[in-house]
Write a protein that binds this ligand. Structure first.
Ligand code: NCD
Ligand code: ZN
Length: 349
């Protein structure tokens, strides 16, 4: 079947996004708002968003940073709390009343700004019980942090050591295995039943770990969980191309100033918000699965979260264009993934 030259989709959402705060927030929010109606906003600020009251004030700052007119002006942030060893079960009720939809698990030390994360999930069981009862989702950064485990194996070991016991102990808690990167992660989610789903990023569908080392060290391809080998990339592509409703769009777009990416201890995170749908379209087209893109981007996420699907549409056109190499980021600059390179699809709102 010939591929179409234009694709019109129900307006999509981003189910995993880092917006930061202050000048950084003001710089990146318009990019996401131009593409997506809603986004799940990650709580890993410094300090992290751990209470309902903090989520409400962060939400106000996000709303104030929206474009004043045009399609992005109606963008709706969906707020999350950062789970700690000490999140009181009572906070879950306050969170629900404040419109917070989920809590995020960062195993302590797993990634950017995760020092306040959970040291042992068993310390959180009363809070997880409250979440299961109140219907808040649990968003999981699924990597063990044990330094004895090889970096590339941390997701697969997390499935065995953490996911399987969590599912057994909280069978009706809705769990999203965030930004899966492995065959083991994809297989686990495909078989885990209707209370488990996963987000998949564009970079993990498009690239394997060679991208980090091609022609020199390429820090803009470094994110966490780190890109894996081709076998794993193919498993992720097969999972989304299957059309299974357990997999949905979550960019994990994670802006860092270029000087901290291109650094002796470069920060983890790929910035994809500027061209997210274009990158996903490229990945789905390469898999011969463009017909599965709309449900992945626009239906599976709201259905799993129990939220209405969006109305309205966006259109992607087959058109070569060059992604800017840098964009302003407060006093710094931001280098988008694939900046300066040619993309094959373009959003034409
Ligand atoms: C994220 C960030 O920069 O906040 N980085 C990343 O590589 N994905 C944190 C995260 O989601 O792990
Ligand atoms: Zn993230």
């Amino acid at each position: 079947m010939a591929s179409p030259d234009s694709l019109t989709l129900t307006r999509p959402d981003d189910w995993h996004l880092h917006l930061r705060d202050g000048a950084a927030l003001a710089a990146v929010l318009p990019h996401t708002a131009a593409q997506f109606a809603r986004a799940i906003v990650m709580p890993n600020l410094k300090p992290p968003v751990t209470t309902a009251a903090q989520a409400l004030t962060y939400r106000e700052r996000i709303l104030a940073a929206r474009p004043k007119e045009g399609p992005g002006s109606g963008f709706a942030p969906l707020m999350t709390l950062y789970l700690t060893d000490n999140t009181p079960p009572d906070e879950i009720r306050r969170a629900k009343d404040a419109g917070v939809v989920a809590l995020k698990l960062y195993p302590a030390g797993a990634t950017t700004n995760s020092d306040a994360g959970v040291t042992d999930l068993r310390k959180c069981y009363r809070t997880l019980e409250a979440m299961q009862r109140e219907g808040l989702l649990f968003l999981v950064h699924g990597e063990v942090t044990d330094p004895d485990i090889d970096l590339f194996d941390r997701e697969a070991v997390f499935v065995e050591r953490q996911m399987i016991p969590l599912r057994r102990d909280f069978p009706e808690l809705k769990v999203v295995f965030e930004h899966i990167t492995t065959r083991e992660g994809a297989q686990y989610v495909a078989e885990a039943g209707r209370f488990t789903a996963a987000t998949v990023t564009p970079q993990h569908l498009l690239y394997n770990r060679n991208a980090i080392f091609t022609g020199g060290l390429r820090p803009h391809y470094y994110c966490l969980p780190v890109l894996k080998s081709e076998e794993h990339r193919l498993a992720l592509v097969a999972a989304v191309a299957s059309g299974s409703d357990r997999f949905f769009l979550g960019t994990d777009s994670a802006p860092h100033a270029a000087q901290f990416k291109e650094h002796a201890a470069g920060h983890a995170g790929c910035y994809t918000a500027l061209s997210a749908l274009e990158l996903y379209a490229e990945a789905f087209e390469a898999a011969g699965a463009l017909d599965k893109l709309e449900a992945f981007a626009s239906f599976h996420g709201p259905d799993f979260y129990g939220l209405p699907r969006n109305t309205g549409t966006v259109t992607l056109r087959r058109e070569n264009w060059t992604l800017p190499e840098t964009v302003p980021f407060g006093d710094a600059t931001l280098k988008p993934l694939r900046g300066g390179e040619t993309l094959r699809w373009r959003l034409v709102n």
